[in-house]
Design a protein around this ligand. Structure first.
Ligand code: GH3
Ligand code: MG
Ligand code: MG
Ligand code: MG
Length: 304
């Protein structure tokens, strides 16, 4: 994608207590972007939460919650803190601008403004935002399989643990390891091994599709599936589904001493409410030791 393409088609939230100011900005931006608007600070925060805009153009002086308070609220919310904010305001003193930048705005435009300059600054901030989003996505994704990486899992499991603890919900984990994968590599070659990892992870991903489910590559040929709000029965259903899906792939494994095709071993562990403490690591250890038992007792199975 080119530099200019990156900057187009963003979703922009315009916040101003004067409708005519909103109309001017809407007119300036609507050809390239989707423009939403809010007439006060509270409405702006609600819109930001519901619509997740790529950029906010924010008036400073508004009755009730002013622009500075809106930026402060955005910056203190984990879900909203990465949305860039440009002040567009009749204020024009250096201290107004400094205060806005210190509060967390990325740019400051004084009224009256030049429309072409506003468009250009908007494009520039959208480009930076897209690049930051892409970097973040890369830093959380496993390069070979496209599933979450271990860092992503570690962050997510802690957040989900806290959420389930608060809501009185269970949380389950499935630790998954490919059987005799070293022999697979030795027999078919490392590239075939990579392709196998891709196929198996795609099949596993099809088995847990709720938005809160997270499949992560935990190590070389080891994966972990995070199932928030899922008790032991639900986790077993998903484990069986994964077994079926991978069996259906029918990936030949002529070197395996236990099966003619690629199989998995799994360890399941469930924390029932009330979830204690804030540390999911005992549950991860439990899933791991159940996986070890599945290996010890013949592979191609799950243990609870
Ligand atoms: P077990 O059934 O006990 O799990 O045996 P195993 O051979 O699967 O287990 P082991 O831990 O001995 O070997 C794991 C193998 O996975 C060794 C390593 O070369 C391979 N592996 C790890 N990461 C990758 C990868 O990214 N690509 C490929 N092709 N192989 C990998
Ligand atoms: Mg105003
Ligand atoms: Mg293995
Ligand atoms: Mg392993």
């Amino acid at each position: 994608m080119s530099w200019t393409d990156l900057a187009r088609n963003g979703r922009i939230l315009v916040v101003d207590d004067a409708m005519e100011n909103i109309q001017i900005l809407h007119h300036a931006l609507r050809e390239e972007h989707e423009v939403l608007f809010a007439l006060d600070g509270e409405q702006a925060l609600d819109m930001a939460r519901d619509q997740q805009p790529d950029l906010i153009l924010l008036d400073a002086v508004m009755p009730g919650m002013d622009g500075y308070a809106v930026v402060a609220a955005l910056r203190s919310s984990p879900r909203l803190q990465d949305i860039p904010v440009i002040f567009v305001t009749a204020l024009s003193q250096p201290e107004d601008e400094t205060r806005a930048l210190e509060a967390g705005a990325v740019d400051f435009i004084s009224k009256p403004f030049n429309v072409a300059v506003v468009r250009a600054r908007v494009r520039s901030q959208l480009t930076i935002k897209r690049q930051a989003d892409a970097m973040r996505e890369l830093s959380l994704t496993d390069g070979l399989t496209g599933v979450a990486n271990r860092r992503n899992f570690n962050d997510t499991v802690e957040a989900e643990w806290r959420r389930c603890a608060r809501a009185g919900l269970p949380l389950s984990l499935i630790m998954i390891d490919i059987d005799h994968f070293k022999l697979y590599n030795d027999h078919y070659g490392h590239q075939a091994g990579d392709a196998c990892l891709q196929q198996v992870s795609a099949a596993m991903k099809r088995c847990a599709t709720r938005p809160q489910d997270l499949l992560a590559r935990y190590g070389g040929e080891e994966f972990i599936l995070l199932l928030p709000q899922e008790g032991q029965d639900g986790a077993e259903v998903i484990a069986n589904r994964i077994m079926d899906e991978v069996r259906k792939l029918q990936i030949p494994h002529a070197a395996s001493p236990t099966a003619m095709q690629v199989t998995l071993s799994m360890g399941l562990a469930t924390a029932q409410p009330p979830l204690e403490g804030t540390d999911p690591s005992p549950l991860i250890r439990a899933a791991d030791s159940n996986l070890y038992r599945a290996k010890q007792t013949g592979r191609n199975r799950y243990c609870i």
